[in-house]
Structures are given as C-alpha cells and as structure tokens.
Design a protein around this ligand. Sequence first.
Ligand code: ATP
Ligand code: MG
Length: 354
Amino acid sequence: MLITSLKLQNFRNYKEEKINFNNDINIIYGDNAQGKTNILEAVFVTSIGKSFRTSKDKELIKIGEDFSRIEVEFSKSDRNGTIKVEIADKKNIFVNGVKIKKLSELLGNMNIVIFTPDDINIFKNGPDKRRRFLDIFISQLRPNYIYNLNMYLKALEQRNNYLKQIKFENKSEEFLDIWDEKITEYAEKVFKYRFEFINKLKEKIKTVHSIITENNENIDIEYVSDFFNKEEFLKKLKATKKIDIMKGYTTKGIHRDDFNVYINDNLVNVFGSQGQRRTAVLSLKMSELNVIYDEIGENPILLLDDFMSELDEKRRTNFLNNIRDTQILVTCTDKFILEKNKFNLYNVKSGMIF
Ligand SMILES: Nc1ncnc2c1ncn2[C@@H]1O[C@H](COP(=O)(O)OP(=O)(O)OP(=O)(O)O)[C@@H](O)[C@H]1O
Ligand SMILES: [Mg+2]
C-alpha cells in the first residue's frame, strides 16, 4: 500500500506543508531538530490514531497555535482513501470524510511498520515495550483487538478498586467473582489474538533471521501469559485472591503478558549483545511486515527513523535492495544516493521542506 500525500497544518514545528511521496523510496534528510521525525510521527498518527512519542495529543500542536491538522491520501490495491486527524480541545478523526466514532474504524486503513532508534528497548528491560509492539501490530490487522484490550483494562481497574474496598472498607469478597468473570471474558479474547499473531511471527522470523545473519544464528519466539484457558485462569484468580486483596491489585492476567525471544537458546533481552538486540529487532519487524503482507495481500508502508545511521553503506544498500514492492519513508542526517531504486529526496530545514 502507498501513502501518496501528506498535508500538515500546525503540526509540531510545521506551519503548513504538503508532501507528495513516490511509491518507492522517500529519503527525508536534514540536520538534527529540523522536523524529520515529525513527518514520520504525523504518518503514524493517521495510522494508529496517536503518536509513538507522546500520549499527550496537545504536544503535537505547534506551540502558540490552538489546533493541528494532518491529512493523508493513501492508495491500496482495492481502494483509495483519505484520513484527516484534527487536534484541538478534542481529537477528531475522519476516514474518507466521515468522522469516526470508534478508534477501530480508523485502524487497518493505513498499514505501517515503523523502526525507530528507541526500538532497541524492545529487547531491553521489562515487557512494556514488547506488549506495545504487539498492540500496535495486532490492532492494525484486527481492529476489534483494541476494543477487547480496553474493555479488559477497564474491568481490571474496577477489580483493583474492589480489591482495595475489600481491604480497607471490609466489602464482601463474594462480589469479586463478578469482576473475575468479566476480566476472564476479555482476557480470553486478547489472549487468542496474541497467541495467533505470535505464532504467525514465529513462522516468519526463523527464515528472516537466518537471511540477515547468513545462517549464523537461530531465533525463536515464545508467548508468555498467565492465561491458558478460561477455567484455569478463573482458578488462578481464585488461588491468588488473598494476595491480590493484600496488595490491592490483580497480580495475574494478560496485562502482564510478554514474549521471549531466544537467539541460539539464550534470552536476547538478558544475554544478547547490542548487535544481537538490534538484529533481533530488525528480524522482528521484518517478520511483522511479512505477516501483514499475508493478511492484507500487499506490503505495509515502512517508516525508518534514523535507521540508516545504524548501518554501514553496504548493509544499507543490501537492506534496501532486499525489500521489494514496499514504499519506504526514511529519515537520515546525511543524504544518500541509491543506484538501483527510484528515490525522492526531501531536505528538511526548520519545519520546511525543500
Ligand atoms: N509542538 C511543537 N511546536 C513547535 N515545535 C515543536 C513542537 N514539538 C517539537 N517541536 C520542534 O520540532 C523539532 C524536532 O523535530 P524532529 O524530532 O522531527 O527532529 P529531527 O529532524 O528528527 O531531528 P534528529 O535528527 O535530532 O532526530 C525541534 O526543533 C522541536 O523544538
Ligand atoms: Mg529524528
């Protein structure tokens, strides 16, 4: 699929700009702090409905202005479309001119895979970034996913509130069952989606990784969840009831889900070198791209933020030559020329494009 144009008004450091993209490689270059990542961020917002850099929509509005607007035109094999995101006191999103009521009406229109320098953290520290990766990936393909996840989180919050009421206000433990049932219902739905898509990644990642590492490394993914099936999960909730009441929050559930990635049987977030983590991220994202292709029958748009600076010239050319039929938007500080591909160059200088 393709993004054909992007129009920005009062978005970050942009006053008013329109960019037309080609269907191959679009190189957005310029010095630091000029507005390169802001362009990828704007595209991301039209795909997912929010930024990958902030959860506060207001930060996206150009300082001193009271609204921000992003408009994209996209093209898929079976249809063309437009998306408009307006941020002021509230955020309004329009798909093909019609204001949406639920986020799920936006998701799945613009399919993207994004690489940012921050992605190395997927394989560092705790599971938050890994869950976030899954959430963004799955919600593009199954718009219902986010609905079920949000319902789960809402029920979880209510269960946690009730746990505190049992502890501090002597409320009856009996009514906890209602919340157990509720969270189990949504946990099962989220679990099934995650299980399905982690398995799909698992199928792809072995091949992708052996190409990238020239057969030198073995990779594997494993889903880790407190959930297995409804009955067992309900039992788990009952078994940890006393601990949950004592702590005042729910200690078991899909809000703690994770996935483990092993390279040659070692956990990459524990034992991986910097380079192995980086390649694992690359393999993960390329697998994501392949799964999206299988699902929608065409490649998503690839957004590469500062990605090229991490590769030397040979790997850079190799990488770009190996990705076929995919529109790429790539940011970098130094402009580079490609021999084999069709490419456009955009020079970004303090919120303007030349
Ligand atoms: N809401 C805003 N209003 C005005 N300017 C903003 C706003 N948010 C960010 N900026 C400005 O945008 C610029 C950063 O843009 P961006 O992150 O796209 O830079 P970049 O070109 O990707 O730089 P780097 O090469 O360092 O990654 C900064 O100058 C910052 O002050
Ligand atoms: Mg940047």
